[in-house]
Design a protein around this ligand. Sequence first.
Ligand code: ADE
Ligand code: ZN
Ligand code: ZN
Length: 261
Amino acid sequence: MPIKRWLCLLTIFMSANVFAWGGKGHKVIAQIAWDHLTPHSQAIIQPLLKQKGFQSLAEAANWPDLLRDDPAYHHTKTWHYVNLPRQQTSIKPSRDCIRGCVLTALQTNLNRLTAVNSDLNTKAQALAFVVHLVGDMHQPLHVSFAFDKGGNSHSVLFEGKSINLHYYWDTAVLGNDQRWLTLAGKIQKQFSHVQQELGRYDDFYQWVAESHKLTQKIYAQPVKIIGAEKARTDQNVAYQRLAQAGFRTAVLLNRVFESTL
Ligand code: ADE
Ligand code: ZN
Ligand code: ZN
């Protein structure tokens, strides 16, 4: 293959992680959510998955990241995160969500999912975005700063490789010694206690505030080389965020579908 083609493929591969928890994180969150959905919610979700040909909620949760290069979904690019000025302490949609952000996009998709006049396809897409975006809100660097694109232009050395800080928190921190289904089972057991501290079922501001706090901590102690001990600490934080996102997605969807026949 010509070198240009290789470089092009490499660029595509490397940029694939710019937008969200990697596929593994989203699948883990969706699986934890699925395991905590009521039979009633699952029965409502099944035909929506079928509509889009998704084999599972996990596959649906990953779908919004596959749309990036589709011009029809160009407007969804800013939906995956929110950036705020460094000195600010809280998100202000009138300032931070002008072109759409994870907070406004979650509300938009919840409205589409529940609107009586939404067709099946609209509802199926909205469901995929709801699960995906609750996940993104829990990735610390998805509530971050514009100057380095949420860590995308900040490189660190991890396991002998130079990677960007955003990719580290999306993907690398999760490790690669367990498959997503195994990891989902392990995390929901290990963090089952966090279910007692989830807060209100729709306090989206609280969820992004938690991520913002973690991001501020990450930026307050910048490191160039991430050693094994720090990686273990970070992995524990990331696993807890996956658990919170999974449990919260289930509570939210159970609430949303409770009143639906
Ligand atoms: N692009 C710019 N800021 C970003 C962020 N916080 N997360 C993901 N992608 C981004
Ligand atoms: Zn995303
Ligand atoms: Zn990301």
